[in-house]
Design a protein around this ligand. Structure first.
Ligand code: MGD
Ligand code: MGD
Ligand code: MO
Length: 760
């Protein structure tokens, strides 16, 4: 890793020439350049492949080049010419590789052969597929099914995910944690209670009709850059865009469309945010209550003056429940408290409320800045309350827009990857496949981690991802992982989760979505669901990285056949030969969402799943949309009464996709050369006696006896609110206690870790 860090505040626009330069650098770095222009023509296009980076909606009328800097980076990274071969594994022991960085591991390129860990030589050795499946199957048959976990990271297709969930249930458990447990699980818990749907309500076309967008805790320029296009269009129609974020993220400030010659020539783009509020980390509930309080005042004034009401009284009366107690609660909050908790002036909250009150159709966008907190569920529900006050859910140009992470993470839940049995049509599965699905809820991510720690989990199957690196409490978890009997890692690139070995460990390498997937009936299509519930087909276009790779459906079927008793109703081989048959099975299980699935594959812009709340059908216990009261004004663990305890947010740089590190530049924040940094406010630095460039140690303020600390972080003086600091994930994961997660959803609270700064 490079040691030298440079920091220069970045004032160029998002997109623009910076993104083009970065693209060229990353394409040449992966030696994928010859094929790339040709490939990117197929990116997010009908007849092409769906990007493997973020889950943002894919328009019906795509741009000539419907990709962004980070989607292109993800593609280069997948289609690199570099290979991690059996010879590589023969040259390096696992102990040696444990000393490598995340970047160096994945930068070795694509995995080419199935491998098994050989403990006498401390290396991975090649194994035949048939032998691997047979051994995994015979081991799985020996475990109590409740001790085995089937994890999924949100990239695998709907077809693979459906097969994988069925494998787990036929094996005998609902232990199906998913990367969304660390991500938007908070959304999946909060929204059903509020509006009766676990997903967002907006469609891409709503962006054409909105006149105001609220954004909380999402970093668009880095994590969903294609969303900048509809945002830019909305701004050109003079829509308000009001951003709440402790950091001034460049994506929310200015965007130059790299596909627009005029904008590129002048390098002058569109100002995105019309208001930017640097809310304190964990202070969003207070900020939103402040807005609500200001709305009540505006409504009182309108009533007195006899002008149009600010509240949508008809909507509230007809469609909602709990308004009276919400009103009482909000009116009772003092501005002093709200200002302190939000870290914003009353005038700022009033300004946001003014703009919101003037707007006819409002979209609420949010990301990890709301979900990854102790009161993440309350964060999301308070945002819904704000939207309900003016009837901003269930009509054109308005609605909730949680920005999902992995490209099919939402879809995995749709087709049965869930530990919660109430969310899965078990009776239907029982009838369709003639077996008795287990009725007991399974483990989510935090439960699975606890099970590994206390020894009740014996085996861990991983459909993609880098679980050990993505979860909290890394050091404790790695130590406990060694006691597992079996670890099976279905993957494309080498990562740390493969190196923290169990008694028996396999790496099973698979195709990526961009590659041609040839099976008995010919090249296959797979499908994914985007953030707006639209389903898209994806066809691979590139030659596979190695002839020894199998597709994900083939690997899932291989494990299933070796593990389960034959069942004529589950034709694993036929399914692998023709994924259209898996789609028929999905349509049978979920007819409302997936009827005529194969016929609708090429719907421009994807076909949307029906969502009740979009039509103002509220599938909640009250039959209405519910106003729900927050449990506190701050979403974090500490109440801010100890000035030396800071709130650490662990965030992504512009050069990573989760634990996949593409490089050491966070271009949009102006930080270059290292990821071992900590962003601090100047006043906090002075108060705590640290200077820019000091190397410090962070120490978690925990509720248990464990010491959690991370040294070697270089201080950067940064525009971040007082009392809040930011550093990169996953390097900081050893600092997050496993028990610090959102109430109800158990999403790890990665955005509010109470820490102290120590001079190393
Ligand atoms: N290129 C790229 N794209 C990605 C990913 C990636 O790593 N790289 N990851 C994918 C995945 S899985 C996901 S889940 C999404 C994640 O995308 P985001 O939801 O954008 O997640 P983070 O990068 O963690 O950034 C969260 C933002 O919230 C802000 N924030 C932190 N705490 C608070 C708070 O208390 N209040 C408010 N209002 N804001 C806060 C941070 O400053 C930051 O701007 O992106 C997906 N897309
Ligand atoms: N501190 C902190 N921790 C966090 C977060 C945070 O903001 N802060 N964010 C959380 C979030 S939102 C998420 S989603 C999780 C992410 O957790 P995961 O989804 O488990 O992790 P990734 O880093 O996305 O997984 C990368 C690995 O996936 C494999 N892979 C890539 N493409 C494919 C494919 O097509 N098929 C298969 N089978 N494998 C593939 C590669 O081997 C690669 O090394 O991390 C969570 N952890
Ligand atoms: Mo995520």
């Amino acid at each position: 890793m490079t040691e030298e860090v440079t920091y220069k505040p970045y004032d160029a626009p998002t997109g623009g020439w910076g993104s083009v330069k970065s693209l060229v650098k990353h394409s040449t770095g992966q030696h994928a350049v010859g094929t790339v222009p040709d490939l990117l023509r197929h990116h997010n296009k009908l007849g092409g492949y769906a990007c493997t980076s973020c889950a943002w909606a894919k328009p019906a009328k795509p741009h000539a080049a419907e990709f962004c800097e980070n989607g292109a980076k993800a593609t280069f990274w997948d289609l690199t010419s570099k290979r991690t071969t059996p010879e590589f594994f023969a040259r390096h022991t696992v102990t040696e590789l444990l000393g490598w960085s995340d970047y160096d591991l994945e930068n070795e390129g694509r995995l080419t052969h199935p491998m098994r860990y050989d403990s006498p030589s401390d290396t991975y050795v090649p194994v035949e597929w048939a032998e691997a499946f047979a051994d995994i199957g015979s081991r799985l048959k020996g475990f109590d099914p409740e001790t085995v976990v089937f994890y999924a990271s949100g990239r695998a297709s709907l077809e693979t995910s459906y097969m994988y969930a069925l494998l787990a249930r036929m094996y005998g458990n609902n232990n199906l944690p998913d990367s969304s447990n660390m991500c938007h699980e908070t959304t999946s818990v909060a929204l059903p209670q509020s509006i009766g749907t676990p997903v967002g309500t907006v469609l891409l076309e709503d962006f054409e009709h909105t006149d105001c967008i609220l954004s909380f805790g999402q970093n668009v320029g880095t994590n969903a850059p294609r969303m900048l296009h509809p945002l830019q269009q909305a701004r050109k129609r003079d829509a308000e865009i009001i951003v709440f974020n402790p950091l001034r993220e460049r994506g929310w400030e200015e965007f130059v469309n790299p596909q627009h010659a005029g904008e590129m020539l002048t390098n002058s783009g569109t100002q995105i945010a019309t208001q930017y509020h640097q809310v304190r980390t964990g202070g969003d509930i207070a900020a939103m209550v402040g807005m609500a309080k200001a709305l009540f005042t505006l409504d009182d004034q309108a009533k007195a003056a006899g002008t149009d009401r600010v509240l949508d009284v008809d909507f509230i009366a007809q469609h909602t429940h709990g308004f009276a107690s919400f009103e009482t609660y909000v009116r009772a909050q003092s501005w002093d408290n709200l200002e302190r908790e939000a870290g914003l002036a009353r005038a700022a909250m009033e300004r946001a409320a003014d703009a919101y009150a003037r707007s006819k159709a409002v979209i609420a966008i949010y990301g990890m800045g709301l979900t990854q907190h102790r009161l993440g569920v309350d964060n999301v529900q308070m945002l819904v309350n704000l939207m309900l006050m003016r009837g901003n859910i269930g009509r054109q140009g308005a609605g909730m827009c949680p920005v999902r992470g992995h490209s099919n993470v939402q879809g995995q839940r749709t087709v049965g990857i869930s530990e919660k049995t109430e969310l899965v049509p078990l009776d239907k599965l029982a009838a369709q496949f003639g077996f008795s699905p287990p009725r007991k809820d399974g483990m989510n991510t935090v439960d699975a981690c606890e099970g590994v720690l206390d020894g009740t989990v014996k085996a861990f199957i991983s459909l993609g991802g880098n679980f050990v690196r993505a979860i909290p409490d890394t050091e404790r978890m790695e130590a406990a992982w060694r006691d597992l009997d079996l670890s099976v890692q279905i993957a494309t690139k080498l990562n740390r989760s493969h190196l923290v070995t169990a008694q028996t460990t396999y790496i099973l390498p698979c195709l990526v979505r961009t590659e041609i997937d040839a099976q008995a009936s010919g090249p296959q299509i797979v499908t994914v669901e985007d953030s707006t519930t639209c389903i898209h087909a994806s066809r691979g276009v590139a030659t596979p990285a190695s002839e020894h790779l199998l597709s994900e459906p083939a690997i899932v079927a291989g494990i299933a056949k070796a593990t389960l008793a034959p069942n004529p109703k589950v034709p694993w081989d036929d399914w692998v030969g023709d994924y259209g048959l898996v789609r028929d099975a999905i349509a049978q299980t979920y007819p409302d969402d997936f009827h005529d699935f194969n016929a609708r594959l090429d719907t421009p812009g994807g076909f949307p799943r029906p969502i009740g709340a979009r039509e103002r059908k509220w599938e909640t216990e009250t039959g209405k949309a519910n106003f729900l009261l927050p449990k506190a004004l701050h979403a974090t663990f500490d109440d801010g009464s100890q000035p030396e305890v800071l709130r650490l947010m662990t965030i992504r740089s512009n050069d990573q996709f989760n634990t996949t590190i593409y490089g050491y530049d966070d271009r949009l924040r102006g930080i270059h050369g290292s990821r071992m940094i900590v962003m601090m406010n100047a006043e906090d630095m002075a108060r705590l006696g640290v200077k820019a460039d000091d190397v410090v140690r962070l120490e978690t303020v925990g509720d248990d006896e464990m010491v959690r600390s991370l040294a070697g972080l270089r201080v950067i003086e940064f525009d971040v609110p007082r009392g809040c600091i930011a550093a990169y994930y996953p390097e900081t994961n050893p600092l997050i206690p496993l028990y610090q997660h959102a109430e109800e959803s158990k999403t790890p609270a990665a955005k509010s870790v109470p820490v102290r700064v120590r001079l190393a």
